[in-house]
Design a protein around this ligand. Structure first.
Ligand code: SF4
Ligand code: SF4
Length: 117
């Protein structure tokens, strides 16, 4: 199993970090050198730019989560799928991801993408 986050779309809501039963995700500061410490392809790596459509959708939503904040403090920062091989494909993160930016590939190369419920 492999997993990564399309970094430009990550709001930092931390839902993935909160729900994953096997600790696939860690929350990192957006300026952290570890912000790209998963298997995201180059086009999906964090370069400092937020996807404009995701930002427009979430930046003013008041739901108790910090959106696009630099640092994690219960939410905020950026999610990094540091432990993708441990994924058991429970799909909990896939329905909770605000940015619809989690990509999981199983051992048969089936690809699963998050869709916000
Ligand atoms: S699908 Fe995988 S990465 Fe997502 S919550 Fe379940 S175990 Fe964690
Ligand atoms: S659930 Fe999605 S948008 Fe929220 S922190 Fe995780 S990867 Fe980012």
């Amino acid at each position: 199993m492999q997993a990564y986050v399309e970094k430009q779309k990550c709001t930092g809501c931390a839902h993935c970090f909160d729900v994953c039963p096997v600790a696939v995700f860690e929350m990192k500061s957006r300026s952290s050198p570890d912000a790209n410490n998963d298997v995201a392809p180059d086009k999906d790596k964090w370069t400092g730019a937020v996807d404009p459509a995701v930002k427009a959708k979430w930046e003013n939503v008041q739901d108790g989560h910090k959106h696009f904040a630099e640092n994690y403090d219960k939410s905020g920062g950026l999610s990094v799928a540091v432990n993708g091989p441990s994924c058991i494909l429970c799909q909990a993160c896939l329905v909770e991801c605000e940015g619809e930016c989690i990509v999981i590939t199983d051992d048969s190369n089936n690809v699963y993408k998050s869709i916000y419920k």
